[in-house]
Design a protein around this ligand. Structure first.
Ligand SMILES: Cc1cc2nc3c(=O)[nH]c(=O)nc-3n(C[C@H](O)[C@H](O)[C@H](O)COP(=O)(O)O)c2cc1C
Length: 192
C-alpha cells in the first residue's frame, strides 16, 4: 500500500556540499544539500540557495562560487555552516576549516574537502522563494590520496573519500555503504 502527502520536499541521499563565496580575505561557507550536476558539455552544476541567507546575495554579486564536498571527518563543521549565517560570524574562523586559493576565481576552496569545484555563475533564477544558480565548472581539485589512479579523476576511492551523506526528511547524516553492482553493466543481464 502507498499513501500520499501532496507536494512535499523530500529527497535522499544528497551529498553534503559546502559552498564558498567571497575571496581569500573575506569568504563565507554555506552548507547546501540541494546540489546536482546539470550538464556535461560544458560541465555545469546547479545549487538551490534560499533568499534569506548571506550566500545568495554574495553569489549574485560575485558571480562565482566554489562547491566543496564534505566528508564524515568534518561533519560537525559542515553542520555548523548550515545553522549559522555569514551575516553574523566568520565561518572559516569559527569552524576551523581552511581556505585555499582557487586557480581561476577569487572564491577559495576548502582544504579539508577532498573534492572541490571552481564555478562561474552562468545562469540564475528564482523558483518560489529559492535562488537557483547554475555554475560552469572551471576547475576540479581532487586529493590524490582519494584516487585509485592519480592520473584518472574518475577513479575515486569512495571508501577513502568517506563522503558525508545527508538524508532529507529524517535530517540525518550517513556514510555510503558497500558496492552492490557495476552501473551501466548490471542491467545488461535483463537485455534479451
Ligand atoms: C544538512 C544541511 C543542508 C542544507 N541544504 C541547504 C540547501 O540545499 N539550500 C539552502 O538554501 N540551505 C540549505 N541549508 C541551510 C543553510 O545552510 C543555512 O540557511 C545557512 O545558515 C545559511 O548561511 P548563510 O547565511 O551564511 O548563507 C542546509 C543546512 C543543513 C544543515
Amino acid at each position: 500500500m502507498k499513501t500520499t502527502f501532496g507536494p512535499k520536499k523530500i529527497m535522499f541521499p544528497c551529498p553534503t556540499s559546502l559552498v564558498v563565496t567571497g575571496n581569500m580575505e573575506n569568504a563565507n561557507i554555506v552548507t547546501i544539500a540541494w546540489v546536482s550536476l546539470l550538464t556535461s558539455q560544458p560541465p555545469t552544476l546547479g545549487i538551490s540557495v534560499g533568499q534569506k541567507g548571506f550566500s545568495g546575495e554574495a553569489i549574485k554579486k560575485n558571480k562565482e562560487f566554489t562547491v566543496n564536498i564534505a566528508t564524515i571527518e568534518i561533519m560537525k563543521q559542515a553542520d555548523f555552516c548550515g545553522i549559522t549565517s555569514g551575516k553574523d560570524i566568520d565561518k572559516f574562523k569559527e569552524s576551523g576549516l581552511t581556505k585555499m586559493p582557487s586557480k581561476h576565481i577569487q572564491s577559495p576552496i576548502i582544504k579539508e574537502c577532498p573534492l572541490n569545484f571552481e564555478c562561474k555563475l552562468v545562469d540564475s533564477g528564482i523558483v518560489g522563494r529559492t535562488n537557483h544558480f547554475v555554475g560552469e565548472i572551471l576547475e576540479v581539485h581532487i586529493d590524490t590520496d582519494k584516487l585509485k589512479d592519480p592520473e584518472n579523476y574518475g577513479s575515486i576511492d569512495i571508501d577513502a573519500f568517506n563522503p558525508l551523506i545527508y538524508i532529507g526528511g529524517v535530517r540525518e547524516y550517513r556514510k555510503v555503504g558497500e558496492k552492490v553492482g557495476d552501473a551501466y553493466q548490471i542491467g545488461k543481464t535483463l537485455k534479451k
